[in-house]
Design a protein around this ligand. Structure first.
Ligand code: NAD
Ligand code: ZN
Length: 351
């Protein structure tokens, strides 16, 4: 399994942390700054430190764990620490964490002194198969997700399967939803493989295939003008369910759990609107509802969910656009869905 070439940078899968050491040496950086959160500082930093060595050539900056940290206040905190540490334009940021750290760290690096180099060392399954590839960086503002950000590519991405060992099961399942999505939109054989694999600790070969698919799509359409919308399958309904759950539930759904709901609904829409075969709709629903606990969506939430979908930044001209499937492995973008259809899809999920 070799490296994957992305848009001007490489994604490493084998002996990644040694590759990172070589990368730092060759880059002749003035100093490195490792951004962690409170969990990756405990679970992932020690391994990284073994590779970087005891030499005093890097500093660690830690933020609180979780989406609540992904905002401008924390960016200001990190920018100030970079200033205090005397980081110059030849400094390197190493973002060691899940999507929160890679998104925020990428944004901080892309704006500090008009941009310093950064690399991603994603430590969750979701950040390996999704967040660390594609060049989107950013933070939330007033609970609007990812509203402030840049398109900036990292200088390299280093995938380390060992980090999965300390990931809670819910976090594994969260990333898995994106992998299943990759199969559904682009690769039926990969979907079949995922269906029959032990997914409690996904093999790095499976992660590799997912990264390959995400990478191919984003290279073709770096700024989301067309084919990148393929990646939105499950996300129109899914994002609304995720936001609604964040507002209402004491223990909100993870991104992947919400996307799994979204994929069942959007598979139903695919069947009704563009001919996803009945047996494939059944297969998608069965696989997803077996893996993910059923989330209760009462009928009286449908209007609120629909309003959230209307606010989605992916929409244009007030119409709700879905990426759907013509068959497993074949996506179709820009399908306009009505309120009635979307509510019916939620009802299908609920039954
Ligand atoms: P996260 O970064 O919050 O990580 C989830 C939890 O796991 C956190 O508590 C974290 O501290 C902990 N953790 C991380 N690595 C660990 C490890 N190895 N062992 C134990 N615990 C560990 O969330 P996430 O699910 O990785 O990412 C979600 C974020 O990614 C969202 O903000 C989302 O917007 C963003 N995202 C961005 C893109 C993109 O294209 N840039 C794509 C998808 C998602
Ligand atoms: Zn997603």
């Amino acid at each position: 399994m070799n490296t994957i070439q992305s848009d001007g940078y490489q994604i490493f899968f084998e002996d990644s942390l040694s590759e990172l050491v070589t990368f730092i040496k060759e880059g002749k950086y003035s100093r490195s700054f490792v951004l962690t959160d409170e969990n990756t500082a405990v679970h992932c930093l020690p391994l990284l430190q073994q590779y970087l060595g005891e030499a005093d050539n890097f500093d660690v900056i830690e933020i609180n764990a979780g989406e609540e940290s992904k905002n401008l206040d924390f960016c200001i905190g990190v920018w100030k620490m970079l200033i205090d540490f005397g980081a110059d334009r030849k400094a390197l940021m190493i973002n060691l964490g899940g999507g929160v750290v890679t998104d925020l760290g990428g944004f901080v690096a892309s704006t500090y002194k008009r941009g310093i180099d950064f690399v991603q060392v994603p430590t969750t399954l979701l950040s390996q198969v999704d967040a660390s590839v594609g060049g989107k960086t950013g933070v939330d503002l007033d609970s609007i997700k990812n509203i402030i950000g840049t398109f900036t590519q990292p200088k390299a991405v280093f995938m380390v399967a060992e980090f999965f060992k300390t990931l809670p099961e819910r976090q594994i399942l969260s990333g898995l939803a994106e992998m299943l999505k990759h199969g559904l939109i682009c690769d039926a054989a990969y979907w079949d493989k995922l269906k029959t694999s032990d997914l409690s600790l996904p093999a790095i070969e499976l992660v590799h295939r997912s990264v390959e698919i995400k990478n191919e799509v984003v290279i073709e359409d770096p700024h989301e003008k067309g084919i990148r919308k393929a990646l939105n399958f499950g996300h129109t309904v899914g994002h609304a369910v995720e936001t609604y759950s964040m507002l209402k539930d004491a223990n909100p759904l993870t991104h992947g759990e919400a996307i799994a709901v979204g994929m069942v609904c959007e598979a139903w829409l695919s069947n009704k609107k563009i001919g996803l075969p009945d047996e494939q709709l059944l297969e998608v629903s069965e696989v997803l509802t077996k893996l993910y606990p059923k989330h209760f969506i009462a009928d009286d939430c449908h209007t609120a969910l629909f309003e959230l979908m209307q606010k989605d930044k992916k929409n244009q001209n007030g119409q709700i656009n879905c990426t759907l499937l013509t068959s497993i492995g074949q996506f179709s973008i820009d399908n306009i869905c009505t309120e009635q259809e979307l509510c019916d899809s939620l009802r299908y999920y609920a039954t």
